[in-house]
Design a binder for this molecule. Structure first.
Ligand code: Q0Z
Length: 293
């Protein structure tokens, strides 16, 4: 018997592991400009998984989490049927997920910068005049959205978040996510990585708000190399920039199918992911589960 596939995302899969548990598997697939590329990035799934565990452990005094184990020896036997789960999978408790994307922004980037240029607001909140792209915000801001079933997520106001989950839960979610972001941003700063923004997914386990899903990974966050940050520019992504740069230069029209990535771009990108993990955690990826030996 194989584990039942519950959900398949662009670059990861979720399996029912029985007994109120799920197995969350991060693949080595990468997306750029909203398209999944054909070439896997070696070690990307291990990096995202190890980084999630690093942050869940670092933040354990702040909030409980869904994590049960990253040790393949503790996975259900059927997990052995899945290819290469060691290091890329987490056994987690099934939670009652909040119907919210809990986004926290510390810098003005992406859709936040776009909104600011049109209305001098972020998520409807007025900001000081004269801010530039990639500027640091006066304070980190909680900018929730809802998971749209198709296409991109829809921003909601804090009051709309209250309507969805209740005042007490919305306030607790906001306070938890802003504090988790502050701590991650401060830790990143000490190692030369700016955490510009991040998306948390919270759930309720045993009646308590818990950190679920992936946490503070390059796929759920914007990481910038601190030495390349210049307000007024769009700083390079710590992890995906080699892919983006090559695709931009390839003349691709950003409609599927994407062109094949050269081996050198794949190698450089893999190296960036590994560096991000090692810089942030202070550990070696070679010491994580599933290392080639
Ligand atoms: C996470 C996702 C995918 C991985 C649902 N502990 C939990 N309890 C209930 N639901 C979830 C979790 Cl993590 C849950 N997702 C997103 C999709 C692979 C994670 F394909 N969806």
């Amino acid at each position: 018997m194989s584990l039942r596939l519950v959900h398949s995302g662009k670059v990861r899969e979720l399996y029912d592991a029985g007994d109120g548990h799920l197995l969350m598997v991060a693949s080595d697939r990468i997306s750029a400009f909203d398209v999944v590329l054909d070439e896997p990035i070696p070690d990307k799934g291990r990096v995202l998984t190890a980084m999630t565990v690093h942050w869940l452990e670092d933040l354990a005094d702040l909030a409980p989490s869904h994590l049960v184990s990253a040790d393949p020896a503790r996975f259900p036997a059927e997990a052995a049927d899945l290819p290469d789960v060691a290091g890329r999978a987490l056994l987690v408790r099934r939670a009652d997920m909040l119907p919210l994307e809990c986004i926290v922004r510390g810098y003005l980037a992406g859709s936040g910068w776009k909104e600011y240029t049109t209305s001098r607001t972020l998520h409807g909140t007025p900001l000081p005049a004269g801010l530039q792209e990639a500027d640091r915000l006066p304070e980190p801001m909680f900018t929730p959205s809802t998971k749209a079933t198709e296409g991109h997520d829809v921003n909601i106001t804090f009051d709309e978040a209250v309507d969805l989950v209740g005042k007490e839960t919305a306030e607790a979610a906001r306070d938890l996510c802003v504090e988790a972001y502050r701590r991650a941003a401060a830790a990143g700063e000490r190692t030369g990585i700016i955490v510009a923004d991040t998306k948390f997914e919270l759930g309720v386990i045993d009646g308590r708000l818990a950190l679920c899903d992936e946490v503070l990974t390059p796929d759920s966050s914007r990481f910038w190399p601190a030495d390349k940050w210049r307000p007024g520019t769009n700083p390079p992504s710590f992890d995906k920039q080699p892919v983006r740069d090559w695709l931009e230069g390839s003349g691709w029209d950003k409609q599927p199918p994407p062109p094949a990535l050269p081996a050198e771009v794949v190698r450089a990108t893999s190296e960036r992911y590994v560096t991000a993990y090692e810089q942030i955690s202070g550990r070696r990826l070679a010491d994580w589960y599933g290392a080639a030996r």
